[in-house]
Write a protein that binds this ligand. Structure first.
Ligand code: HEC
Ligand code: HEC
Ligand code: HEC
Ligand code: HEC
Ligand code: HEC
Length: 164
């Protein structure tokens, strides 16, 4: 039990000292709207998160993808104006990645999405209806979150499977 406590205390302190902003939320550079792009632009998760079926990282799309439609403004939205600004300057949008496992744990999208056939929504929530960008994870990505599902689906809970 002791090593658990030793590791938990510094993590607990870090949370208050720096790391997350007040209340553990992040802010995003553009108020991106998932619902609009899924319903009005007819795009699906894999069009934008191109690594989700084939790679460890799902990947977050940036200007090279957005400019297919937003090279010139199509609305009078201030948020779109920011986007067109990034595209014109050929500058990457500094998205903040909100879901993250630490370096000592291994997580692969390909494994869960393609082989495990788990829906994005089971881990990330009702993204289809989100009108504001992610400021915090839908479910906190802690060890219990992983283990609970592995137990229920009879997948390995060997320490070495996740801690490589
Ligand atoms: C296939 C075309 C397409 C692509 C690619 C696309 N969008 Fe859009 N985008 C749209 C459409 C359609 C609208 C809605 C326009 C309207 O409201 O009339 C929109 C609206 C927006 C707006 C205006 C604000 C709002 O939500 O109403 C922002 C900001 C935006 N998109 C950001 C992005 C970003 C960031 C990317 C790249 C990650 C992107 N879009 C990629 C089609 C696209
Ligand atoms: C079994 C749970 C699970 C499922 C299913 C899942 N994710 Fe994730 N997702 C995670 C975890 C855990 C992280 C943090 C991973 C990291 O730090 O590399 C993450 C991170 C991400 C990220 C940001 C980092 C990256 O990988 O680029 C995106 C984008 C993402 N997921 C999209 C998706 C999409 C789209 C789907 C469905 C096709 C999906 N996820 C399915 C658990 C899941
Ligand atoms: C038009 C492109 C586009 C489509 C379609 C799209 N996304 Fe995203 N997604 C983004 C952008 C841009 C971000 C970064 C802004 C944000 O956090 O909302 C993002 C962020 C995310 C994140 C948070 C990543 C992190 O950890 O920071 C998840 C999870 C995610 N999307 C899942 C999905 C799922 C599930 C679908 C399908 C239901 C989907 N996305 C469809 C563009 C898209
Ligand atoms: C919603 C259920 C679910 C969640 C949540 C989940 N997993 Fe999994 N995981 C699975 C399934 C199902 C498989 C087996 C996929 C297959 O058929 O290969 C799997 C397989 C794995 C494997 C491969 C195991 C092996 O046999 O080598 C690793 C590693 C893994 N998951 C890590 C994680 C981590 C780390 C997390 C938390 C960040 C996590 N998983 C969260 C369902 C889940
Ligand atoms: C299914 C994947 C998975 C398995 C199996 C797993 N872990 Fe973890 N573990 C994680 C993830 C993901 C984290 C990071 C959690 C976070 O950042 O809060 C973690 C964090 C930890 C930490 C850091 C302290 C903490 O709570 O964040 C320790 C210590 C640890 N695991 C030990 C173990 C031991 C010992 C085993 C075997 C009995 C084990 N883990 C099995 C996924 C797993």
């Amino acid at each position: 039990m002791n090593h658990w406590k030793l590791l938990t205390i510094p993590a607990f302190l870090l949370f208050f000292v720096g790391g997350c902003s007040d209340s553990g939320r992040f802010s995003q550079p553009i108020a991106y709207n998932h619902k609009k792009h899924i319903e009005e632009a007819g795009l699906g998760c894999f069009d934008c998160h191109t690594g989700a079926q084939t790679h460890q990282k799902a990947s977050i799309p940036n200007i090279h993808f957005c400019k297919n439609c937003h090279e010139e403004a199509m609305t009078d939205s201030k948020e779109e104006e920011k986007l067109v600004g990034f595209i014109k300057k050929n500058e990457l949008i500094p998205w903040v990645q909100v879901h993250r496992v630490p370096d000592h744990a291994y997580f692969s999208h390909r494994r869960h999405v393609s082989l495990g056939k788990i829906a994005c929504q089971d881990c990330h929530g009702d993204v289809n209806n989100m009108t504001l960008p992610f400021t915090k994870p839908h479910v906190s990505i802690n060890m219990e979150f992983c283990i609970r599902c592995h137990e229920s689906k009879q997948v390995t809970t060997d320490c070495a499977a996740c801690h490589r």
